[in-house]
Design a protein around this ligand. Structure first.
Ligand code: PLP
Length: 373
């Protein structure tokens, strides 16, 4: 007979998922109602309101997509980009390349603007690309999980808007750990996930879509090449701005995931966004200091490090996989790197519930023992 499920308890310090907050797990096992039950419609409303606050936006169209972060980003790309549209994609690492692939999948013509791994884009590089010709969309990654770099966005939004284009941001790793000021930075569309700094399990792709992007979607000349991820259909279920319009069945929302997500958002706003961002920064600063004591440094330049995802350089002569294996035996997951950093760095996430001093100390003391330092 198959034994009941009994997973190991792992401290998840990779690039995501992070450990969900215990209250989120409890919320997910609350009694199920149907996806059109009045109770659930209230839960949807509360979720949208709290997600808008986290994205610092007044965008009505702010909902969790029933898919992981990539599904949310794909939704945005497929709705904003029509076949033949030009898309400027800022590349600062692996996930920028993925945005380019999504744009191509949507039929777009990609114009990459790239910098080396670990670097971030100068807004002027985007301005120069516009001098070569207009583009429908500019797509960028905020926190690049492959390089640990945090792309400043404030000035890019202005340039994109001056050029009558739409700014789409991958905020998958950043949301919930640092400010994502969608309205202040003139972001037209952004997507994130549930399982990194938000502190819920994977399964949802929270997006926000601003009025300029909605306008572009309404003026498409060809239909979106997806039924499930067609935002106009989706918003008829989540609710349009005109609340007199009845919700239309679209799909069976993952009720339990949304219960958990609502709880994660509630916890974020109970803690306070500023306090939460400060906690992520403090955990990062402590990690950097404690790693320095055992002779380990970070790959990403100090000027633009994403606090929730640390690229730690592997010392000469140390075997990447065997150290990660020993850490896992001790119940701690850290991750390897890929691309040019494969075998040369670990990716260590301090996200959501794990961005605390005790977690940092447990990590570093174990790493010290495993490394024999
Ligand atoms: C994790 C990650 C993704 C992928 O998100 P999923 O939820 O795994 O689909 C996309 N972009 C960035 C920057 C990420 O870190």
């Amino acid at each position: 007979m198959r034994a009941p499920l009994d997973p190991p308890e792992i401290l998840l310090l990779g690039p995501g998922p992070s450990n969900p907050h215990p209250a989120v797990s409890v919320a997910m096992s609350a009694p199920l109602v149907s996806h059109l039950d009045p109770f659930f419609l209230t839960v949807m409303e509360e979720t949208m309101t709290d997600l808008r606050a986290l994205y610092q936006t007044s965008n009505h169209h702010t909902v969790p997509i029933s898919a992981t972060g990539t599904g949310g980003l794909e939704t945005l790309m497929f709705n904003l980009v029509e076949p033949g549209d030009e898309v400027i994609v800022g590349g600062i690492g692996y996930f920028g390349q993925r945005l380019a692939e999504l744009a191509i999948a949507a039929g777009g013509v990609v114009r990459p603007v790239e910098v080396g791994w670990g670097e971030v884009l100068d807004p002027e590089a985007i301005a120069r690309e516009f001098e070569r010709g207009p583009a429908k969309v500019v797509a960028l990654v905020h926190a690049e999980t492959s390089t640990g770099a945090l792309q400043p966005l404030a000035d890019i939004g202005r340039i994109v808007r001056e050029n009558d284009s739409l700014l789409m941001v991958d905020a998958v790793t950043s949301l919930g750990g640092v400010a994502v000021d969608a309205d202040g930075w003139l972001i037209d569309a952004a997507g994130s996930c549930s399982q990194k700094c938000l502190g819920a399990p994977p399964g949802l792709g929270p997006i926000t879509v601003g009025p300029r992007a909605i306008d572009a979607i309404h003026h498409r000349s060809v239909p979106v090449a997806s039924w499930y991820f067609d935002l106009r259909r989706l918003f008829s279920y989540w609710g349009e701005e005109d609340s007199s319009r009845a919700r239309v069945f679209h799909h069976t929302a993952p009720i339990a995931n949304i219960y958990g997500f609502r709880e994660a958002l509630r916890l974020i706003h109970t803690e306070g966004m500023e306090a939460r961002f400060a906690r992520h920064q403090q955990a990062h600063d402590l990690l950097v200091a404690e790693l320095a004591e055992i002779g380990l440094g970070l790959f990403t330049p100090e000027t633009h490090r994403a606090p929730m995802l640390n690229i730690v350089e592997i010392p000469e002569g140390v075997d990447d996989a065997s150290i990660r294996g020993s850490m896992l035996e001790r119940g701690i997951e850290i991750s390897g790197a890929f691309g040019p950093l494969a075998g040369k760095a670990w990716r260590i996430g301090l996200m959501g519930t794990n961005a605390t001093a005790p977690v940092v100390s447990r990590l570093v003391s174990n790493l010290k023992e495993v490394l024999g330092r």
